[in-house]
Design a binder for this molecule. Structure first.
Ligand code: FAQ
Length: 310
């Protein structure tokens, strides 16, 4: 009976046994995962755009080759994540179309422009740094295909984070002008990166249920705090500052205290009214339309091969 299935599912969650694609699961669990994994996949593919903007203008051949590899990795992450979402019974084309139609979200961070090369270093260091903190926790998510995709993704993200830190280190040790560019990039990205972790715990509608299901292992605020604690020493090592007058070490708590996030900005960006929302969706819609001939060609080729085999 349904009650027995539910009991079996609850027991597995309690015992930290992963839920697999063919296992019975509550419909709300399935839908919540399609929502989160789908949004995560869309973030990877939209997240290629701000960095791709600088591929043709990377300062050296080495930087260009490294950035190209990173952007390709993001495409790969999108593919693993779409595959993980498909194991839940959704269609990749359907959720992709929902993203193109603005009906499914992707991370707010990719709606900010990349104005100069320093932004690319800062994205690798801070955006990938934030992504790792979030994704390391997701390696223990209760849904097996999602958790396993995260393990590989985290290994690649950690290379991305290091390439970012290496790029910002070069600028921090460079000319005064380079140092000023780096500080400016940090000033623009600092708060949006903190917003990547989502609304505060008191204003996060999905958190309680996602934590009960062990999809999320830590709350939005816990992960945000962990990121700040990891990052401030790196900021200091670079000789840079954060645009936050309230940022200070709290000895008793063993954490860095930081100022209040402008939640209205996060809500505006999530609603589609950020600086680059329109541009990002336009770029993805254009790529989808212009790629139609590739999809048609691949389908024609596949059907020819099947009929030859038969
Ligand atoms: N942006 O109740 P909660 C990367 C939405 S890293 C946009 O707290 P939840 C790597 C949320 O979806 C970035 N929307 O929701 C890379 C929900 O809306 P809904 C991708 C946001 O799910 C680096 C509503 O607000 N990483 O791509 C944001 O429990 C460099 C209420 O929020 C992931 O997606 C936001 N920042 O917690 C690539 C990680 N925050 O669905 C290229 C996986 C919240 O009801 C270059 N996702 N919302 O319409 C998660 O861990 C979670 O989904 C959270 C949100 C923590 C993002």
């Amino acid at each position: 009976t349904d009650a027995q299935y539910q009991q079996h599912f609850d027991d597995k969650i309690a015992a930290d046994t992963s839920i697999e694609a063919k296992d019975w699961m509550p419909e709300a669990y399935r839908q919540n995962l399609i929502r989160q994994i789908g949004q995560h996949a869309h973030s990877e593919v939209v997240g290629m755009l701000p960095e791709a903007n600088w591929l043709t203008r990377a300062p050296t051949l080495r930087r260009k080759a490294v950035l190209l590899a990173k952007v390709q990795d993001e495409a790969g992450h999108g593919l693993y994540l779409y595959s993980a979402a498909e194991t839940l019974g959704c269609s990749r084309q359907d959720i992709y179309q929902k993203m193109l139609d603005g009906k499914m979200k992707y991370s707010s961070i990719f709606n900010y422009p990349t104005l100069n090369w320093a932004d690319i270093g800062v994205i690798g260091w801070l955006v990938d740094g934030a992504a790792i903190v979030n994704q390391v926790a997701l390696c223990r998510a209760s849904y097996g295909p999602y958790a396993r995709a995260m393990v590989k993704i985290c290994k690649e993200e950690s290379f991305h984070q290091r390439q970012g830190y290496e790029a910002v280190m070069a600028m921090a040790n460079g000319s005064e002008q380079q140092q000023a560019m780096l500080q400016d990039a940090i000033n623009r990205f600092w708060w949006p990166v903190l917003m990547m972790f989502g609304p505060s715990d008191t204003d996060s509608p999905h958190s309680a249920q996602s934590m009960a299901w062990k999809i999320k292992r830590h709350s939005n605020d816990e992960l945000r705090q962990k990121f700040v604690d990891n990052t401030v020493p790196q900021l200091e090592a670079l000789g840079m500052t954060a645009p936050d007058a309230d940022l200070a070490w709290d000895e008793a708590a063993g954490h860095y205290r930081f100022g209040e996030i402008d939640w209205s900005e996060l809500h505006e960006v999530i609603k589609g009214r950020g600086q680059c929302n329109h541009e990002r969706l336009q770029a993805k819609r254009r790529a989808w339309d212009e790629g139609a001939w590739v999809r048609e060609g691949a389908l024609a080729h596949a059907s020819k091969n099947t009929s030859t085999a038969a």
